[in-house]
Design a protein around this ligand. Structure first.
Ligand code: RNT
Ligand code: ZN
Length: 423
């Protein structure tokens, strides 16, 4: 256990150190209250959901590897895990649900028939935590998605089914927003695409546009629902073309005043979402982020405090974009303790924001505007090794959550007491 006195002493020194750069650490701790992170529910159980007793992720170009014990087998077990996660995180979190996580009472409820009653338990859970819920249509792991097409399918029956599913999802999300008093972000990601070079790229994209137009014809108050759409460069089995590409959704969201969802695992590795934020926000009111870590072909590793995440946070903080950027996470790893995965990823995302707040932006800007690029680079490098950890630990202490690496023991304890007793 980290000693409280030590944390306080270290913070006092850090405060003095940052003050030397013109940065007020107390003010930074205040600003951290504005950072709200939406936790993706699907790390909890490897994107399985609760549709049937043995539901599993299937198709759609996303995969989970690993078979770590302790995976929740019921909504109750999953909520227990999420309660644990929420209790060990500093700051304010939301929860982002996928449509397959409803409480279907052991009955077969197909995707086009889901209703608010299947999610009332989650609304009550969110009320208990004093937080908001976001939502996602699930257009994969379903026989009607097996051929790789959903909303852009040339089969009218298939398309109708998925249009109805997404309509049902938006209705549920709007009800979340209404009951919880905070708008729900509904994100739409579809796997549609082709492994090998298609001849009719235009045809599929025209169909997708038509499906979206029908879906969004129904309007909901902004205080209840925000609609986002997530682009992707390629997936497994959709290497040659993804119908919902970046250009497609950028165009669609600008034209229709919707939210673009940027997942930083969905671009060529040399393209950075941190660079895209200020570009798209010249034309869009709001965006959604899926913060993740791409490793080679996988776009969904557990988030760590790397340059990419720090740049994303810097861009949001430097430009005061926190009220225009909805921050969501998106990773899933079944090879480690899943509760621990959430903690590592969410804390890293939060740390990126704290680092961004601790930047002497004014000084850096002055250097830049006077073409003093050596000084800009040198100061940026210097800030990387200031006493960030001491501020972070103090923040955790203030928030009454484990300091430093103390959360590791908490996770191991939960594993021994709860997870290992499952199944
Ligand atoms: C897939 C997208 C999408 C999913 C979730 C489960 O490539 O990133 O966001 O990860 O909907
Ligand atoms: Zn994503």
């Amino acid at each position: 256990m980290t000693d409280k006195n030590f944390v306080e002493k270290a913070y006092a020194l850090a405060k003095e150190q940052y003050a030397g750069f013109g940065v007020d650490t107390d003010a930074v701790l205040e600003k951290m209250k504005d950072v709200v992170i939406s936790l993706h529910c699907w790390q909890a159980d490897d994107v399985s959901g609760f549709e049937t007793p043995d539901a599993e992720l299937g198709g759609g170009g996303i995969q989970v590897t690993g078979n770590y014990p302790g995976k929740p087998e019921s909504v109750a077990e999953m909520r227990a895990d999420l309660d644990k996660v929420f209790s060990l995180l500093p700051g304010k979190q939301r929860l982002s649900l996928h449509a397959i996580y409803g409480e279907f009472g052991g009955k077969k409820v197909d995707r086009d028939a889901i209703e608010i009653e299947h999610f009332q338990g989650w609304i009550d859970w969110a009320k208990k935590h004093g937080t908001g819920l976001d939502f996602n249509a699930t257009c994969f792991s379903h026989p009607l998605a097996d051929d790789g097409f959903t909303l852009s399918s040339k089969d009218k029956k298939v398309r109708r089914f998925w249009i109805n599913h997404v309509k049902a999802c938006r209705k549920i999300a709007a009800e979340f927003g209404k009951q919880l008093g905070t708008p729900s972000v509904h994100n739409l990601w579809i796997p549609d695409g082709m492994k090998d070079s298609p001849v009719d790229r235009a045809g599929y994209r025209a169909i997708l546009k038509e499906s979206l137009d029908e879906i969004f014809a129904e309007e909901y108050p902004k205080e209840y629902l925000k609609d986002a759409m997530e682009c992707k460069l390629f997936g497994i089995g959709s290497e040659a073309m993804v119908v919902g590409s970046h250009e497609f959704y950028l165009g669609y969201t600008i034209q229709n005043k919707k939210l673009l969802c940027l997942d930083n695992g969905h671009f060529h590795p040399t393209e950075l979402v941190g660079d895209k934020i200020s570009a798209v926000l010249q034309f869009l009111d709001e965006i959604l982020l899926h913060v993740t870590r791409g490793v080679r072909w996988d776009s969904d590793h557990i988030v760590t405090l790397n340059d990419e995440i720090i740049q994303i946070a810097q861009e949001i903080v430097r430009n005061n974009y926190l009220n225009r950027v909805n921050i969501g996470l998106d990773f899933f790893d079944g090879s480690v303790n899943r509760v621990g995965a959430y903690l590592v990823g969410t804390r890293a995302a939060r740390q990126a924001f704290m680092q961004a707040f601790l930047e002497p932006t004014g000084t850096l800007l002055k250097y830049e505007e006077n073409s003093r690029y050596f000084e800009r680079l040198a100061l940026l490098e210097t800030m990387k090794t200031r006493m960030f950890g001491a501020v972070w630990d103090y923040y955790c202490l203030q928030n009454d959550v484990p300091v430093g690496g103390d959360f590791i023991d908490e996770v191991v304890k939960y594993e021994n007491e709860v997870l290992n007793k499952r199944g």
